[in-house]
Write a protein that binds this ligand. Structure first.
Ligand code: ADP
Ligand code: MG
Length: 164
């Protein structure tokens, strides 16, 4: 399957490139993630938004695999543990803020230390907390179209804050 090349637009946020892809299976979403991961240069922050079951964790399997940080089957949802770390030819932190209660919980994630590294940090439910970083940010939104179909929008920018 061919994914469209990114297009540049100055009407969105500063220096944003945006593309939209429709996938028809979890394997296609993983494949898209692999492509995103393979093109990525750490450090980077990836924000994954979308409803439960939209495919955020599925996409992360591909991104971690494309980066050479983990095999896709090693990547599982950090819903209860909040953070998973994968170390390979790149280091990936996969964070899920869905169950995060308060700022106390957030502090236990130790995310400040993470941003001192040259890693890729992937965050599910980023709308729960604003994360301040001067890393390049990739925003990916996943939408249910039908049971096996997802519309995935990828926006890249050199922005500095994830505040919604
Ligand atoms: P989230 O992390 O957003 O809650 P998951 O990735 O854990 O979502 O789950 C997505 C579910 O949807 C999985 O069961 C997956 O097999 C299924 N699915 C069906 N079609 C797709 C698709 N095109 N892309 C991603 N997941 C899909
Ligand atoms: Mg998930």
């Amino acid at each position: 399957m061919q994914f469209p090349a990114p297009t540049r637009s100055s009407t969105l946020r500063a220096a944003v490139s945006r593309r939209e892809v429709v996938t028809h299976s979890s394997e296609e979403t993983i494949q898209l993630g692999r492509q995103v991961g393979a093109q990525m240069k750490p450090p980077a922050l990836i924000l994954l938004s979308g409803d439960l079951g939209a495919g955020k964790t599925t996409l992360t399997k591909g991104i971690a695999s494309g980066l050479g940080a983990a095999a896709e089957e090693e990547v599982t949802s950090p819903t209860f543990t909040l953070v998973h770390k994968y170390d390979g030819s790149a280091r990936v932190y996969h964070v899920d803020l869905y169950r995060i209660g308060d700022v106390h919980d957030l502090e236990t994630l130790g995310l400040e230390d993470v941003f001192a590294e040259k890693a890729v940090v992937i965050v599910e439910w980023p709308e729960k907390f604003a994360i301040r970083t001067d890393w390049p940010v990739v925003r990916i939104h996943l939408e249910h179209v039908s049971e096996d179909t997802r519309r995935i929008t990828i926006e890249e920018s050199a922005a500095a804050s994830t505040a919604p």
